[in-house]
Ligand binder design. Structure first.
Ligand code: UD1
Length: 344
């Protein structure tokens, strides 16, 4: 019989958020001990209840991950690695308040990384975005595609954090391994409906808005433009299930454990492009429900089409997506129904 290795604590900043909460569950399932660090500024207390329903008691610190004093208790016991999600992510808000985005996203990452180095933490997984590619010249996009000028302060903060982490990695001289994960469009929810996305206010993103439109919480979905140079005229993205994405973080940690001190970048997507109209049709196929929608103007800053070449993640991390678009949408809808039942 092989001996079980000692439980390894992994700090998850933003662990009460959408991707963070699903990653906490995936870490637990893989035998790690997740340690949530989240001041709940962009999430809800109820997310912690959902996590507990799935994994039992979990260590949780309601503090700012960049606050050295408040973070001291987190490092009182050994920490193997960290996954850094904590960030603001509303593109429109970032245009109105770039200072907030620079401070929280870039400054927060710098402060948190300093703590990791001070406490000798060896592995860092960073939550980046396909937004760093802008309007890609060729599709699918691989990791060596050019990084184009960012279309928003939010997008710029992801580029700046990646650059900063390359510098911090160089300065740490092999002591800090870093995996930069560029997400395409994560959607869906845990199939148990215990955790999912909880947008504060009207959702700016497609699937959260779509399910609220179907639920009658929002007015009809506005399709942002149907005059793009794509087959049906609507924009194309690469939508992946948040549980698949969560599993990629576990795979990235395992890769860091086997490749100590390295830095690398990975695209995380399905490899398939899907239009807004196809998402609407897939929702109908998955649930039997029609999505009330109308076509409106283009949204400033949207790229026409982007989808991943996820080959590198498959080769190096042994990771691919397993869940279909219909599953994503059925799970998102089940989550919305759960929220509505809870409200009654
Ligand atoms: C954006 C960001 C991405 C970020 C993500 C989550 C950019 C280029 N992308 O992704 O980095 O991680 O948000 O915050 O900054 N759509 C509609 N109607 C709606 C909402 C969206 O038609 O009400 C369309 C959009 O035009 C787009 C697609 O749906 O074509 C997806 O939009 P969205 O879910 O907002 O994600 P991205 O803009 O791709």
């Amino acid at each position: 019989m092989t001996e079980a290795r000692p439980a390894q604590r992994i700090v998850v900043t933003g662990g009460a958020g959408f991707i963070g909460s699903h990653t906490v569950v995936a870490l637990h399932e893989a035998g790690y001990v997740p340690v949530i660090v989240d001041d709940l500024r962009n999430s809800h207390e109820s997310a912690l209840d959902g996590i507990r329903a799935l994994v039992g008691e979990v260590e949780c610190h309601r503090v700012d991950c960049g606050d050295a004093d408040a973070m001291a208790p987190v490092f009182e016991r050994p920490v193997l690695g960290a996954i850094h999600f904590a960030a603001d992510k509303a593109v429109g808000e970032s245009v109105a308040h770039p200072e907030k985005y620079f401070d929280n996203n870039v400054g927060g990452t710098a402060r948190f990384t300093a703590l990791l180095r001070r406490h000798g933490v060896k592995h860092l997984v960073f939550s980046s975005s396909c937004t760093v590619y802008g309007e890609a010249e060729s599709l699918p996009v691989a990791e060596d595609a050019p990084i184009l000028p960012a279309a928003s302060p939010y997008g710029y903060t992801k580029q700046a954090c990646e650059d900063f982490l390359r510098m911090a990695h160089g300065a740490a001289e092999g002591d800090l391994g870093v995996a930069l994960l560029r997400y395409f469009n994560p959607i869906g929810a845990h199939p148990s409906a215990h955790i999912g996305e909880l947008p504060l206010g009207p959702p700016p993103n497609l699937v959260p808005y779509l399910i609220q439109a179907v639920a009658g919480i929002q007015g009809p979905l506005t399709v942002f433009g149907d005059d793009y140079p794509t087959e049906d005229g609507t924009c194309i993205r690469d939508y992946l299930h948040v549980c698949d994405l969560a599993e990629a973080h576990v795979a990235a940690l395992a890769w860091l454990e086997g490749n100590a001190g390295e830095l690398d970048t990975f695209n995380l997507g399905t490899g398939c492009g899907c239009s807004v109209k196809q998402v609407i049709a897939a929702f109908h196929a998955a649930t039997g429900l029609k999505v009330p929608h109308r076509v409106g103007d283009r949204r400033p800053g949207d790229v026409t089409a982007i989808y991943a070449d996820p080959g590198k993640a498959e080769r190096l991390l042994g990771w691919t997506t397993r869940r279909s678009l219909e599953e994503c949408l059925a799970d998102a809808w089940r989550w919305q129904q759960r929220l509505m039942n809870d409200a009654h």
